[in-house]
Design a protein around this ligand. Structure first.
Ligand code: FAD
Length: 307
């Protein structure tokens, strides 16, 4: 969200922009996975809220074009605040944001270095992309802060920001799960889960599929456990919500940097005389809207530099 927001604003202002993303699909923590039986599950962000005027303008446009829609106004009951979702999943919202931009997926950047007055951004060959180099006047870095810090080591330092982890368990089911209306539960006191979402009730999956997010302390304690044992244990903890339905498919996602614990007080950070700008939810706040506001601030910082 931060990177695509910054890129869109910079491109609209006439800058030449390339987005490099290690993911095979755009979206980062806005992510949707296809599962057996035609199921889909959002496995990162589940919905978003709108508090700022700047974000409400963009969301109104997405609503009008059908890219997002309102899911509900609270869990379990109406608290007056709309919860929005990508109409076809969160990844589809990200995909929509890439339209008209030069976005290169599966590019895992391994360094950002100053070479002859410009920035050289490099990446090695992987299974999905060949090695490459891009030169730029300004680099906006929007990975979680520890990953960005590693990319600019020796060029700039940024404050350390801590992130809490989460493990997502996705379960495709043969029948409806036991998740009450509107299909999402935010849990405070459960020993394992912080969130349970019914992707079919949400309108993202045509067939039953659950997303369950662990508490961060459970994720930290279980981080090294192998997938098979972890899925077995987590399925046991999930059983009250599965409604006895047949399990058709399961999938795990470990989010090491799920949520910034204490976001930086600035909405973005500028270093190297404006040549490096750091953005993301670690700066704007631990939500999709925070990432949007940070990406927007990063674009403004680049434009104010007057290149
Ligand atoms: C499980 C979970 C549930 C959540 N639920 C909600 C929710 O319900 N509502 C809400 O508002 N927010 C939620 N969030 C938080 C929300 O997803 C984030 O705040 C937001 O998506 C962060 O956006 P971002 O652009 O800052 O970072 P990211 O989405 O993490 O984007 C960073 C990008 O950097 C790329 N990258 C990283 N390193 C490199 C590299 N070396 N080379 C190239 N590319 C690289 C990644 O591929 C990624 O695309 C949730 C997060 C998680 C993990």
């Amino acid at each position: 969200m931060a990177g695509l927001t910054a890129a869109r604003l910079l491109a609209d202002a006439g800058q030449v922009v390339s987005v490099l993303d290690k993911g095979r699909r755009a979206g980062g923590r806005m992510a949707t996975r296809a599962m057996a039986g035609g199921a889909f599950a959002d496995h990162g962000a589940q919905f978003f809220t709108v508090r700022s005027e700047a974000f409400s303008v963009v969301v109104a446009r997405w609503l009008a074009e059908g890219t997002v829609r309102q899911w509900c106004r609270g869990f379990p009951s109406d608290d007056g605040h709309p919860r929005f979702v990508g109409a076809d999943g969160m990844a589809q919202l990200a995909a929509r944001m890439t339209v008209g931009l030069d976005v290169r997926q599966s590019v895992h950047v391994d360094g950002v270095r100053k070479v002859g007055g410009r920035w050289a951004v490099t990446w090695p060959a992987t299974r999905w992309a060949s090695a490459g180099l891009l030169e730029a006047d300004v680099v906006v870095l929007t990975p979680p802060a520890p990953q960005s810090a590693a990319l600019v080591a020796g060029q700039a330092t940024i404050p350390e920001l801590a992130y809490a982890p989460t493990i997502s368990l996705l379960v495709a089911l043969g029948d409806r799960p036991s998740v009450p209306f509107p299909g999402g539960i935010q849990l405070q006191d459960d020993p394992t889960w912080s969130w349970i979402g019914d992707n079919m009730a949400k309108g993202v999956s045509p067939v039953p599929a659950l997303t369950l997010h662990t508490r961060s302390d459970v994720a930290a304690a279980r981080w090294e456990q192998d997938n098979d044992a972890l899925i077995t244990d987590l399925l046991r903890a999930a059983s009250p919500w599965l409604g006895g339905a047949e399990i058709l498919d399961t999938s795990l996602q470990r989010w090491r940097y799920a949520t910034p614990v204490e976001p930086h007080p600035q909405t973005c950070l500028v270093r190297a005389e404006g040549g490096l700008v750091f953005a993301g939810d670690g700066y704007g706040g631990p939500r999709i809207e925070g990432a949007f506001l940070s990406g927007r601030a990063a674009a403004e910082a680049v434009l104010n530099r007057g290149i």
